[in-house]
Design a protein. Structure first.
Ligand SMILES: Cc1cc2nc3c(=O)[nH]c(=O)nc-3n(C[C@H](O)[C@H](O)[C@H](O)COP(=O)(O)OP(=O)(O)OC[C@H]3O[C@@H](n4cnc5c(N)ncnc54)[C@H](O)[C@@H]3O)c2cc1C
Length: 445
């Protein structure tokens, strides 16, 4: 059982390290100088008649920004060993800034789901797997996806996963169905990490494995995009995929049969916290838009910020952003000091807390904009949509709250907990209370 959310006075040095500090200013400058103008041109250069691919102009713009980022040493920050050697704590400060720009993360090769996949390949890949898939991902030449969720069963409990991979000689034969596989619509997506069942008769946490499946393998059929609030998110896409007798070499398995859950611990920790870091950037952006709108538009003879409870809404948003920032930094530091597996209660805490609250801040910014808030004239509608889906993706809020609650209660498991008598109460009543209310607390399993 990992330790819960306990803090000691030593845990509160959340400063960025001296060695990483120069990157912070450089990233902010790069985002303003290169990414902001590039992404405006990028979205204008899309071809509305060919939504599932990028135009040559778009690719040239994006590749230009990526080459420049590499040349300026702003590349692969997320990966402690192979990248710039940043800790999770240092990276947290940068990811908040990346979250303010739709193409910020990709321009610096720090975007989901590639970051999690690269981290897995880096940690558990064989030299051959690294050469074939990790290197082009690290170079930003290809993209990837991660396929766990299945339409027919509750995938928030990954023990349910049923897509099967059966060993046949030197190969695995894969059959099954996945949906909401983010990034699988992108023509540059060449490799998938697939969570599947290889050992149906094994113990619950040893039935699943993770296998590398090249997207172009015969039998991998992308059926189409799943929608998010009516949008298909082309060309990235959250795809519905069927696997029919898909054959991959046995050496495509990661780490070994039955070790899928171990890999999930590795992959989902950083991926989840990176989402939360970027979400704080999104909340900052929403608050900025909310204040600008509220200060510059008048109704009933006053700026909007002075009407009703709007000033308090702004105050709460700022206060909660700062509180969330502290929590995310604490979680990042716990990952650095305890390791991803031990820090998983911290990771769950921020994954449950941050997207829910950021959703609400974006919703309030939408409200301050009136109809314009849900229109195409502000980024708020898109931001809301992506934050709302984060409350499901990488595990729904409730599962993460469950992890935090279990850790909190777990340390009380089996303890005799006499209720504390209220020292101000009538002594006669207190003694009766003590007789009746000493109980044996058994925490949830
Ligand atoms: C935009 C988007 C992108 C996604 N990208 C990917 C991807 O790239 N790869 C991938 O594999 N998956 C992806 N997903 C899928 C996502 O990870 C799953 O939807 C999620 O894990 C929940 O699984 P489920 O949909 O099967 O819900 P279920 O498991 O059926 O759960 C439904 C609901 O039950 C409730 N619930 C579940 N467990 C508990 C609990 N312990 N306590 C209380 N309530 C509970 C929650 O309210 C939960 O939302 C994506 C989803 C979306 C929306």
């Amino acid at each position: 059982m990992p330790s819960g959310l306990k803090s000691s006075p030593d845990d509160f040095d959340l400063r960025m390290s001296e060695s990483a500090r120069p990157f912070y200013d450089k990233v902010i400058d790069f985002l303003e100088r290169v990414v902001d103008p590039m992404q405006k041109a990028f979205f204008k250069a899309a071809d509305p008649n060919n939504r599932w691919s990028y135009t040559d102009e778009q690719l040239a713009l994006l590749e230009g920004a990526k080459d420049q980022a590499k040349a300026e040493g702003l590349w692969n920050f997320f990966l402690p060993e192979t990248g710039q050697g940043l800790s999770n704590l240092d990276y947290a400060y940068l990811a908040v800034e990346l979250g303010k720009y739709p193409l910020g993360s990709e321009s610096l090769n720090c975007s989901a789901p590639d970051t999690g996949n690269m981290e897995v390949l880096e940690r558990v890949g064989t030299p051959e797997q690294k050469a074939e898939w990790l290197q082009p991902l690290l170079d930003g030449k290809i993209r990837s996806c991660y396929a766990m969720t299945e339409p027919g069963l509750p995938s928030s409990d990954a023990k349910n996963i049923r897509t099967e991979a059966v060993r046949d000689g030197d190969e695995y034969v894969i059959n099954g169905e996945k949906f909401y596989i983010s990034g699988a619509g992108d023509p540059r997506c060449k490799i998938m990490i697939l969570m599947c069942q290889t050992n149906p008769d094994g113990p619950p946490h040893r039935k699943q494995s993770q296998i590398l499946v090249p997207m172009e393998t015969p039998g991998v059929e992308v059926l189409g995009p799943m929608h998010v609030f009516g949008q298909d998110d082309a060309p990235h896409g959250h795809m519905h995929i069927r696997f029919t007798d898909v054959r991959v070499p046995a050496e495509n398995i990661l780490l070994g049969e039955g070790r899928g859950f171990e890999i999930s611990q590795l992959r989902l920790g950083p991926g989840r916290i990176h989402h939360c870091m970027r979400s704080i950037g999104a909340a900052e952006k929403a608050l900025d838009l909310m204040v600008r709108r509220g200060m510059t538009r008048e109704a009933f003879g006053k700026p909007l910020v002075r009407l009703g409870g709007n000033m308090e809404i702004i105050a709460r948003a700022r206060t909660e952003i700062e509180a969330m920032r502290m929590m995310v930094l604490r979680a990042a530091k716990a990952m650095d000091s305890l390791g991803n597996a031990e820090a998983r209660v911290w990771i769950s805490a921020v994954k449950a807390l941050v997207p829910e609250r950021v959703c609400q801040i974006i919703d309030q910014a939408i409200q301050m904009h009136g109809a314009t808030g849900v229109s195409q004239w502000t980024p708020l509608a898109g931001m809301y949509q992506s934050q709302r889906t984060l409350r499901l993706a990488d595990g729904p809020d409730e599962v993460h709250w469950m992890v935090v609650g279990r850790a909190e209660c777990g340390s009380y498991d089996g303890l005799e907990v006499p209720l504390e008598p209220n020292s101000y109460a009538d002594p006669a009543l207190t003694s009766l209370w003590e007789e009746d209310h000493s109980f044996n607390f058994s925490g949830p399993s």
